[in-house]
Design a protein around this ligand. Structure first.
Ligand SMILES: Nc1nc2c(ncn2[C@@H]2O[C@H](COP(=O)(O)OP(=O)(O)O)[C@@H](O)[C@H]2O)c(=O)[nH]1
Ligand SMILES: [Mg+2]
Length: 243
């Protein structure tokens, strides 16, 4: 239900791309840029633990002018930079928006595990990416991103026959976990599936511009373990936990 008190937005849509390492987040960003750069003004913020590897890869792909791709180095706790203390990411997004008249800023999360999600203070909408190579049971394992991200992408469907995964079953599991939220099977090698992704992105940009997009928080990540400090959760105040 659109919120009638929300004014149409004049800033870019901020779209977060989250999910485990290697599931295809940077590739998905490059696909969106390559396909939509003619119709939308796009910028990208990447998060890497120690390097600017993802930003360099996206710049090297030549899908955007280099200055529109900015890297945030997160240190050893990449989920904190997208969830608890989003300052560095927000500054990177706002700098891009100030430098270029953008319609869309894509924020890629740092390589992390199944449990990390973006704060609604940083992004307006978010995609969680899993892939068939991670195993057919990943969707059943749940977590805030799989269950409540605005879109769940089940990626690399072209690999399914090689890794013995039934894509339909995996998507059905995901759909059951998501209470009606959308699930998209995707392969960058399948233009029909890529077209569905692009339509979803266009729809989000349009409803953001119209002021009808209401950011939904998937919720905090589950309690988890760091070797140095042991178990902690991210539902506490950002300043009260240390890594
Ligand atoms: N077969 C296949 N490989 C893909 C697809 N998308 C990405 N990849 C590959 O998966 C690997 C990891 O991709 P990347 O985008 O760097 O993942 P990220 O760590 O989530 O950003 C790379 O070798 C990509 O070429 C896809 O749709 N199909
Ligand atoms: Mg990446």
């Amino acid at each position: 239900m659109p919120d009638p008190t929300r004014a149409p937005s004049t800033r870019a849509l901020r779209l977060g791309i989250c999910g485990p390492v290697g599931t295809g987040k940077s590739s998905l960003i490059m696909t969106i840029c390559a396909s939509l750069a003619a119709e939308l003004e796009i910028g990208v913020v990447t998060n890497d633990i120690y390097t600017d590897e993802d930003a360099r890869m996206i710049r090297a792909a030549g899908v955007l002018p280099s200055a529109r791709v900015v890297a945030v180095e997160t240190g050893a706790c990449p989920h904190t930079a997208i969830r608890d203390d989003v300052t560095a990411n927000l500054m990177a997004v706002e700098d891009l928006e100030a430098a270029f008249a953008l319609d869309l800023v894509l924020v890629e999360s740092g390589g992390d595990n199944l449990t990390a999600t973006f704060s609604p203070a940083l992004v307006d909408t978010q995609i969680f990416v899993i892939d068939v190579a991670g195993g057919g049971d990943v969707a059943r394992k749940g977590g805030p991103g799989i269950e409540r991200a605005d879109l769940l992408v089940v990626n690399k469907t072209d690999l399914a026959p090689h890794v013995g995964v039934a894509v339909e079953e995996m998507c059905a599991d995901a759909t059951a976990a998501r209470e009606g939220r959308p699930v998209l099977a995707l392969s960058r090698h399948d233009p029909d599936l890529v077209a569905l992704l692009l339509d979803w992105v266009r729809g989000q940009v349009a409803s953001h511009a119209a002021g009808t997009l209401v950011p939904a928080d998937p919720g905090p990540m589950a309690p988890h373990f760091h070797a140095e400090t042991g178990w902690h959760s991210h539902d506490d105040h950002p300043l009260t936990h240390q890594h």
